[in-house]
Write a protein that binds this ligand. Structure first.
Ligand code: MSP
Length: 480
């Protein structure tokens, strides 16, 4: 049986979860649900990244221990997983002692294989990125992403021979053995590789909140190496090793480098299998501004869910922005999409069809198994369902396009009802025709439920339940 190991990035706990964090998680969840429904074995992993200077600093400011802080914050991320209805199989935390042990063993292996050496290093560190920057990365001494001053740090660190893997990684990416998507991202990363890969420091002396380097306990493992290894440790810890290696990593564009370069390099060094696909998505801005705590425009998925419901949040983020590109989100837009696409579009159609089925006493109780045949028969017609096309779009990460196609079907069915005027058929005594028509629409509604299920799982269930019990009630109440 085919298997899929699907991951989200593990989230830094220094700040509270926001809609940007939920984004990759929702995408990963859609794919996980889609493949499960298709009958594949799926392992879907998410979690939190809890070590490192950035997290320790906030804990210190709050006057609590880093572990207490991590425990509290990690719970918030686990809660958000529920808010957006993730079907993750496991939730990994990097402060789990079982993970820490695996990290130590893994880097010991790299050390034993002579991929690690000691070197004095001086560089500009951005704590926001948890990364050393070169002079030319900085703008007026500041990190261009976080707009904060980079700090000069001089340390004797353990270095990983990343440069040794330049040719190999380039080849793997070029040949799509590690497939970087979308295509533009692949070109971007190849461009970076061509500039040359330098060895990287993989330990810190100044950061005590981390996994101790096994052969030099004064140092801790660089937080990014620790974090990347979650993808490796989790299947071992949770007894899912059959799923290794990862099939699809979802990551935001600002962390592509770590996933496309450093991650494969340390796996190659340890002679481990490699991930197959890395899908790189864009970032949200809110009303044209970067989502940030200081601007005060952070969107809390929980608040959004409380107002519009889980499926509306899932629908909105995937429908609004072409997956892979940057885009803007706003509360006004989600309301618009909610009212137009969900309430007036999908919700209204379901209610309309089911109400007519009830009113005209169409016998549909035994229909669902026959619907499959019916939709196969319809597949030959011009107005047939584009099911195959929609599945292909989902499999190729074109989530927005898939939703657009589904909503075209919804519009088509609505139009067919307006054109056919079933109420007129009833008046004219065209009972046979009326019954045939409504049976088809009933089956089409069930097909729509199947198609939206990975995207809107709660809605799909409601549609199926209503179709079964024939008690149509509005799924999405219009919001004024
Ligand atoms: N801890 C690292 C990832 C380690 S994975 C081995 C990290 N954490 S993060 O919390 O800062 O970001 C996690 C993910 O959230 C990233 O993929 C990032 O792109 C995504 N997003 C954070 N803000 C975002 C938006 N405003 N919009 C879309 N995604 C955003 O990086």
């Amino acid at each position: 049986m085919a298997k899929k190991y699907i991951t989200t990035p593990i989230y830094y706990i220094n700040a509270n979860p926001h809609l940007g964090h939920a984004y990759a998680s929702i995408a990963a969840d859609i794919l996980a649900r889609y493949y499960r429904k298709k009958g594949e074995k799926v392992y879907f992993l998410t979690g939190t990244d809890e070590h490192g200077a950035k997290n320790a600093l906030v804990a210190e400011k709050e006057g609590i221990s880093p572990q207490e802080f991590a425990d509290r914050q990690s719970k918030k991320f686990a809660k958000i997983s529920k808010v957006v209805n993730l079907s993750n199989d496991d939730f990994i935390r990097t402060t789990d002692p079982r993970h820490e042990k695996i990290v130590r063993e893994f880097i010991q292996k790299l050390y034993d294989k002579k991929f690690i050496y000691k070197k004095e290093y001086e560089g500009w560190y951005c704590i926001g990125c948890e990364e050393f920057k070169t002079e030319k990365d900085l703008v007026d001494g500041c990190c261009p992403v976080h707009k904060t001053k980079a700090v000069k740090q001089k340390e004797e660190n353990w270095f990983f021979k990343l440069s040794k893997f330049q040719g190999k990684i380039k080849d793997l990416i070029e040949k799509d053995k590690i497939k970087i998507l979308p295509k533009e991202r692949k070109n971007e990363i190849l461009g970076k590789i061509n500039l040359g890969l330098e060895d990287i420091s993989i330990s810190r002396t100044g950061v005590s909140w981390g996994v101790k380097v096994p052969w030099d306990e004064k140092q801790t493992v660089y937080v990014w190496v620790d974090a990347l290894l979650n993808y490796y440790s989790a299947p071992i810890i949770f007894g899912k090793y059959e799923f290794w290696p990862p099939d699809i990593h979802f990551v935001g564009k600002e962390i592509m480098w770590f996933h496309a370069i450093i991650w494969p390099a340390i796996l190659l060094a340890a002679e481990e299998s490699l991930p197959k696909i890395i899908f790189v998505h864009g970032l949200f801005s809110v009303d044209g501004h970067k989502m940030s705590k200081s601007i005060g425009n952070v969107i809390d998925p929980k608040e959004m869910k409380d107002e519009f419901g889980t499926d509306a949040v899932r629908y909105y983020v995937m429908r609004e922005i072409s997956f892979g590109e940057d885009g803007d989100v706003s509360v006004a837009r989600i309301k618009e999409r909610y009212n137009n696409d969900l309430a007036a579009g999908l919700g209204n159609l379901v209610q309309r069809v089911l109400s007519m089925v009830v009113r005209y006493k169409v016998k549909v109780e035994k229909l669902p198994p026959a619907c499959k045949r019916l939709s196969a028969a319809m597949a030959g017609r011009a107005s047939s369902f584009q099911q195959e096309k929609i599945h292909n779009l989902t499999e190729s990460f074109k989530f927005q396009e898939a939703l657009v196609e589904i909503w075209k079907e919804i519009a088509r069915i609505n139009k067919e009802i307006a054109d056919t005027q079933p109420w007129q058929l009833a008046k004219d005594g065209e009972d046979k025709e009326l019954e045939e028509f409504l049976k088809t629409k009933y089956c089409e509604i069930l097909a729509i439920a199947d198609l939206v299920e990975p995207y809107l799982p709660e809605t799909a269930e409601k549609i199926k339940n209503q179709a079964k019990t024939l008690k149509p009630v509005p799924i999405f109440q219009k919001i004024e």
